[in-house]
Design a protein around this ligand. Structure first.
Ligand code: SF4
Length: 768
């Protein structure tokens, strides 16, 4: 039964557009947090859950992967160590609303398919496993045993293990991720796409080449100690809101902040910290000392220009700008890089960035003068065709000044979903290195496949073409997270069986294979009791800190299983009980899983003891810890010489990015208030600069179809309300998943295969 859930779906006619804000958080942030908590959970439960959120004895926020302060760095957690969006994520999970068998009896699949993700998600927590049998119109209850038997039978019936795809979302715990990849590899495939394929894959690909490790090299304490923080293609106010407190603290110590972004996001401008007086009654803390309103995809050119200026100043006054000692002792490729950027095409830089040249010079001067610089970035950089070389250019600039492996300096790709980094550490990757695979093989005495599997884009292609027939998702909302919505939905519908391990209803449950299962699981906030007693799980944050997460609430239903239990029982149904892997023991006692993690996963020695330390432990990172780059092929940090690339947009067209509203996290839509951008009660909006609107013959308030153009193909989404907005000239923005249908599946970043969701050429058309 669903209680207090919205009866009606989004009515775009109710959309209201106001003025964008130039500050983030403050009292409204607190009010919204409390209101959403009480609305979904009631007062007592709101207090009970929020006081445990991100605390040592509590549970890890299911929102983003921003780290907690660590005592060993001399830092302390606050009583309220969470943000508005963390509170919303918890409210969604710990809601009292329920979706049980009677809900599915009442609602046919075709009627649910008409609903938006917002409405589906608002119905509440799933309580029992349900099945959609071939040709049926409704999901119906199924026992857990029958569900596992159904999956096992379909998997065994495939022509080969590569006909199955096993997706992971970034909420999955380390223990569940480790077992999941073990199950998948025991089955015989590396088809392990994950949400990282669509977000920071480009960062991993670039950093693996430049520093030898595809992770960031800074801690929270480094951010507090930096004297310059360059935030590029990132909107921390919505996507990693506690980062604003970190920026505020850095600024209190004298740091400067440079923001490089096409939109003047409120969270880049000013932060009203609700935990201090100045944030409540005062004007808050101004954040960006410099705001470079760059065009979408202009960042590679921007950083080449910075590199060019640093080199030219060094040439003019040798020994004053570059860290010569570091470059000579620890890096490779400097000469080729220097030759490339010395010849900079400033005209191309002007076109690519749209920035006044003096602004670039001023920022370069700040970088030259800084002793401790941190570069942070997110999807604004990673979802372009040239994303990987763009991130390499940031690396180049950092290496020029030796900004790696020293306190207060480094590279910081800010990760999205809470355990997306941990899942990769635990082996969720279609191309894990040989070292990991051979350790897995010898630990469990099973043959482990070596042929690379499919990532997200390749999995969609395989399902579309009938090469993949079973799709299993450990969390997430694949249909809404992926590009080319129509094609992806067709791909999912082409499967024989789709299976989703989920806490709540979402679009992927109504875009199903010929048969489908929904397997409801415990959330982070809930107690996890197994045969061996109460369990906890572990996660890794964006800065490689691994720690425990322990839920305290009574589970939403007595029928829920933990992700670990689901994997172990599926494995037993699939392989039988007599195999080398003790699945039943793993389900009973998660310490036994962690013992295996310790023996297989590099850096996790003595895992059980170290995660039980008050703040857990930090995984090793040689460039950060000792300025060593053993992970690269040549043992050095690598400069790279990259072609100056940027998206070329034909006249009469705009370059569109998809983005989140402030009231959503990834594909979960919490509500209809994007208050920082002035949007209320609707989502089908497209933000366009007023001068572009004038030159295209459109006006604020009109409706338009958005038509993307790529390699002669067109894709269309209908009836978006045009909002005149101070975005960079030539650039537009619209929310995902509504605009995902415009992103062609084959338009991907080179090397990383990440869909180019920040780089879509569109035209506006008046609707028919
Ligand atoms: S910053 Fe991220 S991890 Fe922290 S409370 Fe907010 S959403 Fe959760």
């Amino acid at each position: 039964m669903t209680r207090n859930a919205p009866k009606h779906d989004i009515d775009e006619n109710g959309l209201e557009v106001g003025k964008p804000k130039d500050w983030a958080a403050g009292i409204p942030g607190v009010a919204v947090s409390l209101f959403r908590g009480v609305e979904q959970m009631g007062t007592g439960r709101t207090v009970k859950t929020l006081r445990l959120l991100n605390q040592r004895e509590g549970f890890d926020c299911p929102g983003c992967a921003w780290p907690e302060p660590r005592a060993e760095d001399g830092e302390h957690r606050k009583l309220a160590e969470f943000c508005e969006n963390g509170a919303k994520a918890v409210a969604e999970e710990a809601t009292k609303r329920r979706v049980g068998p009677e809900f599915f009896a009442e609602h046919s699949i075709s009627s649910l398919a008409e609903k938006t993700d917002y409405w589906l998600g608002q119905q509440g927590r799933l309580t029992e496993p349900v099945v959609l049998r071939e040709g049926a119109t409704h999901y119906e209850p199924i026992s857990w045993d029958a569900a596992f038997e159904l999956i096992a039978e379909r998997l065994r019936g495939l022509a080969g293990p590569d006909e199955a795809v096993f997706y992971t979302s970034g909420r999955t715990s380390n223990e569940a991720a480790f077992l999941y990849q073990l199950l998948v590899r025991s089955f015989g495939t590396n088809n392990l796409p994950d949400c990282s394929n669509m977000c920071h894959e480009s960062s991993g690909a670039a950093l693996a080449e430049t520093t030898g490790i595809g992770k960031g090299s800074v801690s929270l304490a480094d951010i507090h100690r930096a004297d310059l923080i360059v935030v590029v293609g990132q909107n921390p106010g919505t996507n990693h809101p506690r980062m604003l407190s970190a920026l505020e603290e850095a600024k209190a110590h004298g740091a400067k902040v440079v923001a490089v972004n096409p939109l003047p996001e409120a969270g880049l401008m000013r932060f009203k910290n609700p935990q201090n007086v100045r944030g409540v009654v005062g004007k808050g803390t101004p954040l960006a000392d410099e705001f470079a309103q760059i065009r979408l995809g202009g960042d590679l050119a921007f950083f080449q220009a910075i590199g060019h200026l640093l080199l030219s100043w060094e040439e003019a006054a040798p020994g004053t700008v570059l860290d010569r000692e570091f470059i000579e002792s620890s890096t490779h490729g400097f000469a080729d890089y220097a030759e490339r950027v010395r010849e900079l095409d400033w005209h191309a830089v002007d076109t690519a960035t749209g920035l006044p040249r003096e602004d670039i010079v001023r920022i370069a001067r700040m970088i030259a003068d800084s002793e401790r610089t941190i570069y942070c970035w997110a999807m604004g950089l990673t979802q372009h065709k040239h994303a990987v070389p763009t991130i390499k250019e940031i690396s180049n600039v950092a290496l020029l000044r030796g900004m790696i492996g020293k306190p207060g300096a480094g590279l910081c790709p800010v990760r999205g979903h809470s355990n997306v980094q941990g899942d990769r550490t635990m082996g969720i990757w279609e191309k894990m290195p040989e070292k990991f695979l051979s350790r897995l093989e010898s630990e469990f005495g099973i043959p482990v496949p070596r042929k690379h599997g499919w990532d997200t884009v390749d999995s969609i292609r395989a399902m579309r073409d009938g090469r993949a027939k079973v799709f299993l998702a450990m969390g997430g909302n694949f249909a809404a997270a992926t590009p080319d919505s129509e094609l992806t939905e067709h791909a999912l519908r082409s499967c024989e069986l789709t299976v989703h391990v989920s806490t709540k209803l979402n679009r992927s449950h109504v875009v199903h294979g010929k048969s489908a299962l929904i397997l409801p699981t415990l959330g982070r906030t809930e107690r996890d009791v197994q045969g061996g007693g109460e369990q906890f799980v572990t996660v890794e944050d964006s800065m490689s800190a691994v720690h425990t997460s322990r839920g305290r609430l009574k589970p939403a239903s007595e029928h829920l299983l933990s992700e670990v239990a689901i994997i172990c029982r599926l494995a037993r149904a699939l392989f039988g009980a007599g195999r080398a892997v003790p699945w039943a023991d793993f389900e009973r006692d998660y310490d036994l899983i962690r013992e295996r993690i310790a023996r297989v996963v590099p850096g996790c020695d003595d895992y059980n003891a170290r995660v039980r330390q008050p703040d857990g432990f930090v995984l090793p990172h040689a460039p950060r810890d000792s300025r060593e780059f053993a992970g690269t092929k040549n043992g050095k940090a690598n400069f790279s010489a990259n072609k100056l690339e940027f998206p070329e947009v034909p006249a009469g067209r705009l370059l569109l990015q998809t983005l989140r509203s402030h009231d959503q996290y990834n594909t979960t839509i919490y509500g209809l208030s994007d208050r920082y951008r002035g949007i209320e009660d609707g989502r089908r909006v497209v933000f366009v600069h007023p001068d572009d609107l004038a030159s295209l013959g459109f006006a604020d308030g009109e409706l338009a179809d958005l038509v993307s153009e790529w390699n002669g193909d067109e894709r269309r989404v209908h009836r978006f309300r045009i909002v005149a907005y101070p975005t960079a000239r030539g650039c537009a923005a619209a929310y995902f998943p509504e605009a995902n249908g415009l992103v062609p599946l084959d338009s991907v970043a080179e090397t990383s295969n990440t869909p180019t969701s920040k780089s879509i050429i569109i035209r506006l058309e008046a609707p028919n």
